[in-house]
Each structure stands twice: as C-alpha cells, then as structure tokens.
Design a protein around this ligand. Structure first.
Ligand code: PGD
Length: 761
C-alpha cells in the first residue's frame, strides 16, 4: 500500500499499474471521508480527456470565438497540438505582449507541491514575459480585502487562529454565524490528513460548551454540537449582529476597558447602533423585522454572550455574498465588545468548519514551493471579475481604494480550474468566453470549461505522477509516488509546459535542466530545515512531521499582552471598528464602519414577491467543488441524476413536489433542473442547491442547465466596490415542478469528438 494525498484527505492505495485496485483511508485519520471513492471511479471514466484536441472551427478558420462551446473537437497529435499552441502564443506575445494573455487561471487543481497547476502555468508564462493575473479568491474575496483594514491579513488570521483544542477546553459558548460545517471542514488546500471536526466539537460539548448555530441550514454544524439552531433570513446576519451590539451597549455589557485599549473608532460605530447617526436604533425589534429572529431571543443571546467565555466565529460563506464584508466586520466588533480577544477560547474566528486549516496551530516551517519566477507586468483583475474583463475591456472599476482598468486580453489560458463551475451567471460567462481569440485549457476531464476552449490538453491526475504534498496547515509532509501510469495520452502539466517552453526558446529558463524527480529532490533539499532528514530518507520513510511549536495557540494573545509591543498590522495597530482608510474610499456599499445593508436579492426585497425562495448555493457534500463529479460517491448523492435541491416540507407542499421529483429552478438570469429532497433541516423560504454539478447547457437554451448547476442562477455582482469579491452564495429564485419531457443529462459523456485529425502519438 502506498500513501497519497488529496485536498480531502490522505489514503492508501494499491494498483495494477493502470487502475487503483484497493483504496482505504490513511490509518492516521480519525475521521476519514468517503470523498476518496470519487478518485477510484473517476480515474478512467469516459469523460477523461485522452489526448489533445482542437476545436474544429479554430483548427480550420484560425483564432476567433465563433462556435466556441458548440462545435466538435478534433483529435490531434501531441506534436501538432504543441506546435499550434506555441505558434499562437508566439503570435499573441509578439503582437500584444504579456497584456494580451490572461493567466489568472483560478482554481484548486490537485494536491501536490510541485505539480500545482497554477504554479506551473505562472512560471511558464513568466518565462515568456508575464501575464495578466488575478488577485484574491472565490473562497474569501471580501475577507481578503477587508480584514487587513480591520484586524490583519487573511493569511495571518488563518495561521494564527485559536487552536480547536483550546476552544474544546476553554470556551463556554460558541456563537457560530454560518455554523461549523462538517462537510467543508474535511477539505483543506493542498490536503487535510487528520480530520477532527466531530471530535473537537464533541469534546467541547461534553465539557459543557454550548453551541449556537446561526444558519438557514440546521446541518451546518455537527450533530455532536447539540447546537441551538437560529435560522435568520439568509443574508441578514449583519442586522442580527448590530442588534446584539445594541443590547451589549444598552445593558452596559460592552467591555469599555478593552475597547479603549485595543480598538479605534468605537464611538463612530456605536453612534450608528444607537441611532444617533441615522435616527434608527438597531434594537432587537428592528432586527426581528429584518431577520425574523424573535427580539427576545436576540436580547437573551447578547446577555449569554457576555456571561462567560464566548467565541464568535463567522463562516467563509457569509462573506461570499453581496455586502459580505459587513457580517465579517461585525463579528470582529462583537468579539471586541465582549473584550475576550486574546483570551483562551474567547474572541473571534473566521472559518472554523469552512476549511480544515482554521484552528490548526501553525507549523514551525512552511513547505517546499515551486518557484514561479517574476511577472514582467503588473496588470491584474480581482478574480471574480473575469466576465467583466472579457466583456468590457478598457472600462474602469474600483478595487480597494484604487481605480483600475480592465485589460484587453486576446488569449485565455486555464490550468487547474473550472470557471464554468466557479463563476456566477454562467450564461453571461458563456457570452464573455466568445470574446478572446483563443482559449486554452489543460484538464484531466471534459469539464464545461474544457468544452468552452479551443485547445484542450489532457493533464494527468495526481495519482498518475510523482510529487510530495502537504496541506496549508497540516504538519504532515507526504511523499506521493505515482500510483498508476497516466490515463490515455495524458501528460503532466510540467511536461506540457517544458515542451512548449522549448518550442518558444525558453526551455532552459523553465526547466533549469531538471526533470520531475530532480525538481522534487532540489525543492526538498533547498527547503530542508535543520534536523529534518535528507530527501532519500524522507522518500524511503514516505512522510515526515513538521514541528508545531505552540499547540495551544490563541489568536492575538501577544497583542492582548502588550498592544504596543505586538501591534496588529492595521494602520493604527489596533482593531479598527471604524476605518479612516475604508471611509476615505467613499464607497456607499462599504462605509467606514460595519452596517446592515439590504442586498438586492433577499427575502425582504421587492423581487421576492416574484421569486420567493432564497437560493443557498453552498459547497457540495459529496465532492470538492466540481472535482470528480462523475465519481461514484458524487453520483450517488444526486437525485434523478441531477444535483439535489433541498426544500422545507412546507415549501415542497406549496409546490406539490416531493422527494425524487425533478423541478425547474429559475430566475431572470437562467434556470436549471434539480432533484428534490424534502428536508426539515432547511429553513422555510430557502432552496439549497450546492455547487459542483457540471454545467450541462441545453443546446436549445444555454441558460437552462439540465444537471443542476446553481451558477446559472447566481448574479455576477461584486460583494462590494471595496473587494469586488464573489457573491455567489445567495440569489432569489422560484421553484416549480418540471412538467415537460425530461431532457437527458449529457455532460457525463465526452463532447462531440472527431478523429479526423488522426492522432499520431
Ligand atoms: P474545481 O472544481 O476545484 O473548482 O472553483 P474551482 O475552479 O477551484 O476546479 C479545479 C479543476 O482543476 C477541475 O476541473 C480539475 O479536474 C482540474 N485539475 C485537478 N488537478 C489538475 C491538474 O493537476 N492539472 C490540471 N491542468 N487540472 C487539474 C472553486 C470555487 O468555486 C471556490 S474555491 C469557491 S469557495 C466558490 N464557491 C462558490 C459558492 O459557494 N457558491 C457559488 N455559487 N459559487 C462558488 N464558486 C466558487
């Protein structure tokens, strides 16, 4: 048995050289996940890309978007594909320079430090002079821009977060806005070897810690938490939080000494809460009208929060929404009012349950990294503005106090991501994707993005190549020998880029004369801290544990001990309840202190008369994002072969549908078909449809996805002018029984392929 690492866990596998014959979770994982099964069943699925393909129109007519996404693909040899692509890259760099190439290429790709797809692409494009990049992520777009103004950078916050073991031992009350999701906490960027959410939550509960989960979904927290469930209208958490602040203030429960010493701007914020600045007291009664949470419960919760050691945690999903900055900022403010930031088990957290990494104490050392070189230009877009960039070149936009312009890109290169999974308003993205002259995609599968490309190059899966891996916060560094040979003619991204680089005259710059094995040894030895075994010993052992100096880590403990000696990285060095910098930007949708702002699409909006359900488009349970959607575990979770849509019994009854029925979910942007699951764990007024089912547009109407991808329904609207972050979590929709003849789902077969390019390799 050989160990292997995926974003969702470590597993042991046997193979016959071509196929994985036995797979089981790593023995060291206390709470293994069934997501491992998807790897086995998807590896040789018919939707693997088996050789290079070129879209017929591009091959016959040359660069241009007409027919993209609709036409058949022609199989070509590796030689021909690489020659064509090298010639096209040469043309674009010659005529347009790096500004003509978008290499932002957002996506999670696979675990493994060397074969990290984006890192490979970026190094390759940097060898050619650079590229238009993307900044921030779909996961944390609002947080990454806001938090440096308020408490500190997202990377720091994640690394420094209070250890889960400390919460289990010290916290009296966890108030979890967005819950502590058991399904999301199994996943961590780069790998999560030891899963422990159920156990740390269970330990805390057994000691007497109480959990309050504030979410439209009851199962957003492990059962072991025995949590009280408060289900406000989705998107209204900021109003609920403002009311909690109002009670703390009015009842003298705010810790003035803490606020004076460790924060700036409280007076400006509290004037808003008291109604001094706008004439509206943010009382529990005010919040009840917005959230539908009873005022008495809000008042009581505020008192409970002040009565013991309380952790306020805000999930990542809350900021992945219109005005997503506000509940996050308010979470920090509430924790500051309670005065427990820096104390064991008290204070603030962002993302417990959103990823395996939060609450993992920091390692003594980072892990080896493939160098990406230097980008010769400084042009970027906030990552979720991809469609705007393609549709509106030259137009200006706001971002974190700057006024920038969208570049005019001619070639889009995607490697290790699936924008037709991750982006919002897919009909709009489809039309944006007709704009560039050329779209190149490397992927292992015929994802919707590959189907919207001109040149599709087959990438290996991680089990088909040699690497080493470690999660963002996991102390385990794992050797990952290849488990099988590649599927069909698939090649490693590294090998593909090395061959392209050779053709473009930068081969040596890209490879430095090393093959994969030599790179692994080189990266490891360059990184190797004192006391850590050499590469051969590491590879022989199969793994090593990186030291963790402080297992009882507490967020901001040093800041609390001495805020002058250990200031925060904010402009004032203190927690910024009012930010002069953010206020100075003058954004109406993100003022200088946190506020409740009604989004365009919420249950209290006029549009809810027509579209009375709030879509919650959250992360899927049976796969990571869209990865391995054709795997057996993912398919087993579908209903009638489509993504499952969960509805409260009252909403199902009102529409005359029951579990197993197929419904049409629709709004003004598009529609999709989904299979109903009636479930009391969903708040009335909510339709929960996870992301990840591969987009399967109906040929007659591409705004209809036959497979249940919620991103045909979500709005391509930024969280705010400050962050330009993804707001894909929430949208208004209506649901009706699907009355017509059910169209077949076709995305689990390859697109139309023609062999007339006669593969010769
Ligand atoms: P993945 O499905 O992980 O989704 O979006 P992301 O694009 O990351 O895509 C990774 C792709 O890389 C897959 O197609 C996989 O086959 C491919 N791949 C894997 N390994 C390799 C490799 O070695 N080489 C190459 N070339 N390809 C490889 C995720 C994004 O979606 C994220 S992070 C979030 S948090 C967002 N969440 C939401 C949400 O909550 N709600 C909505 N509505 N939308 C979202 N979109 C975002």
């Amino acid at each position: 048995m050989t160990l292997h690492l995926a974003h969702w866990g470590a597993f042991e596998a046997e193979s016959d050289g071509y196929r994985l014959t036995a797979v089981r979770p790593w023995a060291g994982d206390p709470e293994p996940t069934p997501l491992i099964e998807n790897v086995v069943s998807a590896q040789h699925h018919r939707t693997r890309v088996d050789r290079p393909y070129v879209r017929r129109g591009w091959l016959e007519r040359g660069p241009g978007g007409a027919g993209r996404g609709d036409e058949e693909f022609v199989a070509v040899s590796w030689e021909r594909a690489l020659d064509l692509l090298a010639a096209e890259l040469g043309r674009v760099y010659r005529e347009r320079g790096p500004e003509g190439v978008f290499g932002g290429s957002y996506g999670w790709a696979s675990a493994g430090r060397f074969h990290h797809a984006q890192g490979q692409l970026h190094r390759f494009l940097n060898c050619l002079g650079g590229y238009v990049r993307s900044v921030n992520s779909y996961s944390l777009g609002a947080a990454e821009v806001l938090l440096p103004h308020v408490i500190g950078g997202m990377g720091w916050l994640e690394r420094a977060s209070t250890a889960k073991s400390v919460i289990a031992e010290h916290t009296d009350l966890v108030v979890a806005f967005g819950g502590i999701s058991p399904k999301n906490s199994v996943v961590g960027v780069g790998g999560a070897a030891r899963h422990d959410t159920v156990s740390w939550v269970g330990r805390a509960r057994a000691r007497g810690c109480r959990f309050v989960s504030i979410s439209p979904l009851r199962d957003d927290i492990p059962e072991q938490a025995q949590a009280e469930w408060i289900a406000p209208r989705p998107g209204t958490d900021a109003a609920l939080m403002a009311a909690l602040a109002q009670v703390l203030d009015a009842e003298g429960l705010a810790d003035r000494a803490f606020l004076d010493r460790y924060t700036v701007g409280y007076e400006r914020f509290i004037a808003y809460v008291r109604g001094d600045s706008d004439g509206v007291v943010k009382s529990p009664e005010w919040a009840e009208a917005i959230t539908e949470v009873p005022a008495a419960r809000i008042r009581e919760l505020a008192r409970e929060m002040a009565a013991g050691r309380t952790l306020i945690t805000v999930s990542w999903s809350l900021q992945r929404a219109r005005h997503g900055e506000q509940p996050l900022w308010l979470g920090v403010v509430l924790a500051a009012m309670l005065g427990q930031i820096g104390l064991p088990g008290g204070g603030f957290g962002h993302g417990y349950g959103s990823t395996a990494a939060v609450g993992e104490p920091a390692r003594a050392h980072s892990v080896p990294r493939f160098p990406q070189g230097r980008n010769g230009i400084d042009r970027f877009i906030p990552v979720a503005r991809i469609a705007d960039m393609l549709l509106c070149p030259g137009e200006s936009f706001d971002y974190d106090g700057r006024r920038l312009r969208y570049p005019d890109v001619e070639l889009v290169y995607w490697c290790g991501g699936n924008p037709f999974h991750h982006h919002q308003d897919l009909a709009r993205l489809r039309s944006a994707f007709t704009r560039p002259a050329t779209v190149v995609v490397h992927d292992a599968f015929w994802t919707a993005t590959a189907r919207h490309a001109d040149i599709v190059l087959p990438a290996t899966m991680s089990v088909e190549r040699e690497d080493f891996g470690a999660g963002q916060a996991d102390p385990l560094l794992l050797a990952m020998p290849a488990l099988t040979r590649p599927h069909g003619g698939a090649r490693d991204d590294y090998v593909i880029f090395a061959e392209l680089a050779e053709r473009l005259g930068v081969g040596k710059d890209f490879t430095e004369g090393r093959d994969t094995g030599q790179w692994l040894r080189h990266l490891y030895e360059q990184w190797r801290p004192a006391g850590v075994p050499g590469f051969d010993e590491f590879w022989r052992r199969g793994s090593l544990e990186i030291a963790v100096p402080d297992r009882e880590q507490v967020l901001c403990a040093d800041f609390r001990a001495d805020p002058d000696a250990a200031p925060l990285s904010t402009p004032s060095g203190r927690i910024e309840i009012f930010s002069e910098v953010v206020a100075g930007f003058g954004y109406a949708d993100c003022p200088g202190h946190p506020v409740w702002l009604a989004p365009e699409e919420w249950l209290g909006a006029p549009a809810a008369q027509r579209l009375p359900l709030q879509l919650v488009a959250n992360q899927p349970r049976a796969k990571l994002h869209s990865q391995l959607d054709v795997g057996a575990h993912s398919r087993a979770a579908k209903v009638a072969g489509r993504e499952a849509l969960r509805l409260h019994p009252s909403e199902a009854a009102a529409r005359g549908v029951s579990t197993g029925d197929v419904v049409r979910v629709f709004n003004d942007r598009g529609a999709c078909l989904a299979g109903v699951l009636v479930d009391e764990a969903v708040r009335p007024g909510v339709a929960q449809l996870s992301t990840g089912s591969w987009y399967d547009p109906d040929p007659a109407d591409p705004s209809l996805c036959r497979h249940g991808n919620p991103n045909v329904l979500t709005a391509d609207r930024a969280a705010s002018s400050l962050s330009q972050g993804c707001s894909g979590q929430l949208a208004l929709v209506q649901v009706e029984r699907y009355a017509g003849v059910l169209p077949e789902v076709s995305v689990d077969r390859p697109p139309a392929l023609s062999a007339c390019g006669a593969p010769d390799s």
